[in-house]
Every structure is written in structure tokens, then in C-alpha cells.
Design a protein. Structure first.
Length: 301
């Protein structure tokens, strides 16, 4: 039986959408002074430490980490280290709102990956329609990047989409952690991914040679790690426990508008007509994938 959303869980969902939308906003500020790989490491390390404090030895976290460290390394790579690096490199050239819109294709890639890698999540006609509409929106967003002299080069537009593909593989791979408490899975993957990001940051950026960042960058890094990563994970799992995974997934629709709003209000960003059209198509694709609007329509017909 499908769990229902009440006013409190809707409020939490909107808050989570704002916080995750804020991750693109904070990243856009931070990448102006912190190289992407170092930013990835700082985000993951600080968030991992915060979750370890939150768990504080409960839930048998350390025995789980010891027994399943190889799996956590894989999950940390494809769900944290790799997609965060791709998004941050992309955000050196594109704004928070556009990056969030492109990354909102994650459920589409998740459906496609699950179709080929699982036996119980095959494509239905509704899923195919949702994927096609969402991918059409992505193509619309790529249009300006193909033209000569575009402020947003094609490679920068492609990176958040590749991050979404990585998240799609992570969603399928993460099913093997169903027997692990969600906070432990979060802390485990963040711990593993911070270990992956550390040598990359040291070799590529030599962070000890970098100039001290300004205060707004330091605050953006802290907000990215503690608010948009550690606290967001805790909030997401609370929503999922109260309203179910399907209802919690609705946050995907709220992240791009939140990132766009923050970018417009505080960073002076704007979206073109083509970018709004692409966002609308991706949003329609996600609604079709969700399927609930169609089922309600059928029931009332």
C-alpha cells in the first residue's frame, strides 16, 4: 500500500529540494576559488565526519565498514566521487540552475540502467515514454552548446549528464545495501569516496600551494558538505521512512527550480527560452516516469 504524504512530509520534501538545489548554488560559488577535485574531497570528508558523529558508534557501523569496504568503495566512486567531480568541473563554465536541470535526468538513466542490469525492473510503455520525453529535453539543452561562440561549451553541458548516468548505475548497485541501515550506507560511501578523492586532490591540485579562499567560499564549502550532503541524507531518509521511497523521489522535481531560484537571486544567472523548454520537457518526463498522475487519471476516467 502506497504511503501518503501529509503536510509535514510535504514541508520536509520542499526543504530537501531547496537544500539539494542549494548544492549546485554552493558549488558554483566554491569552484571559483577551490579546484573541483579538492572541492570534492572537502565535501565528502566533512560530510563523512558529520555522519560519523551523528551515528556515534550506533548501528554497528564499524563492523559493517570492515566487512563490506570493497562494496563501499565501488558505491562511493559511482555515487559520490565521480559524479561530484563531473558536476564541479562542469560548473566551472555553467551556472547552478543549468547544472541542476541536466543532472535531473538521473531517474531517466536509472530506469535505463535497471532495464539492462536487473530482471525485475524492465521498461514499460510509460517508462519508455518518460525516457524519450526527458531525453528530448536534454537534447534541447545541448543545442546552444553546439553553436559556435556559446558561453556554455558542449563539454560543460555533458558532464552533469554523465554524472546523472553514474548516479543511475549507483542506484542499481546500491540495492545490495538493503540490509544495511540507511545512515550507515551514507556514512560508509562518503568515507570510502573521501579516501578515493584524497590522492586525486593531492596529485592534481597540490592544495597546499593554493591561496587561502575568501570567507564566502569557505562558507559555501561548509554548507555544501554539512547542509547539502550530511544533513540532506538524514532528511531524505526521514522522508523515506515516513512517506516511502516513491514519494521521497519526488524531490527530483524540486531540485532544479530551487537551484534556478538561488542562482537568479544571488548569482545573477538567467535561463534562455531553450533552457526553460528543456527543463519543462525533463520535468514532464519525470512525471511520466513516476506514473502516479497517469494512474489517477485512469481511475477518474
Amino acid at each position: 500500500m502506497e504511503s501518503r504524504m501529509n503536510a509535514w512530509t510535504w514541508a520536509l520534501l520542499v526543504l530537501l529540494g531547496l537544500i539539494w538545489g542549494g548544492s549546485f548554488f554552493f558549488a558554483r560559488i566554491a569552484v571559483q576559488h577551490v579546484p573541483p577535485l579538492t572541492l570534492v574531497f572537502l565535501r565528502l570528508l566533512l560530510a563523512a565526519l558529520a555522519l560519523h558523529v551523528y551515528i556515534a558508534g550506533r548501528l554497528e557501523i564499524y563492523s559493517t565498514l570492515q566487512a563490506r569496504w570493497r562494496e563501499f568503495l565501488v558505491l562511493g566512486l559511482i555515487n559520490n566521487a565521480l559524479p561530484h567531480a563531473l558536476i564541479f568541473f562542469g560548473q566551472t563554465r555553467i551556472g547552478a540552475g543549468l547544472a541542476a536541470i541536466l543532472n535531473a535526468t538521473t531517474p531517466i538513466w536509472t530506469v535505463l540502467v535497471a532495464n539492462y542490469s536487473t530482471s525485475d525492473e524492465k521498461l514499460s510503455s510509460a517508462k519508455i515514454a518518460g525516457c524519450l520525453v526527458g531525453l528530448a529535453g536534454t537534447i534541447v539543452l545541448f543545442g546552444p552548446g553546439i553553436s559556435a561562440g556559446s558561453e556554455a561549451p558542449l563539454w560543460a553541458l555533458l558532464l552533469p549528464v554523465l554524472a546523472a548516468v553514474s548516479y543511475g548505475f549507483a542506484a542499481t548497485y546500491g540495492k545490495r545495501f538493503r540490509d544495511v541501515p540507511a545512515p550507515v550506507t551514507s556514512a560508509g560511501q562518503l568515507t570510502a569516496s573521501s579516501l578515493i578523492a584524497l590522492p586525486l586532490s593531492l596529485l592534481a591540485d597540490r592544495p597546499w600551494t593554493l591561496a587561502a579562499p575568501p570567507l564566502d567560499t569557505v562558507l559555501a564549502v561548509l554548507a555544501l558538505a554539512l547542509l547539502s550532503t550530511a544533513f540532506a541524507y538524514i532528511l531524505f531518509f526521514r522522508i523515506m521512512a515516513a512517506a516511502g521511497a516513491t514519494n521521497a523521489s519526488l524531490v527530483t522535481l524540486l531540485v532544479p527550480p530551487s537551484a534556478i531560484l538561488l542562482g537568479v537571486l544571488f548569482l545573477g544567472e538567467t535561463l534562455s527560452l531553450a533552457e526553460f523548454a528543456g527543463m519543462a520537457l525533463i520535468g514532464c518526463g519525470l512525471v511520466i516516469l513516476d506514473g502516479r498522475a497517469y494512474r489517477r487519471l485512469v481511475r477518474t476516467a
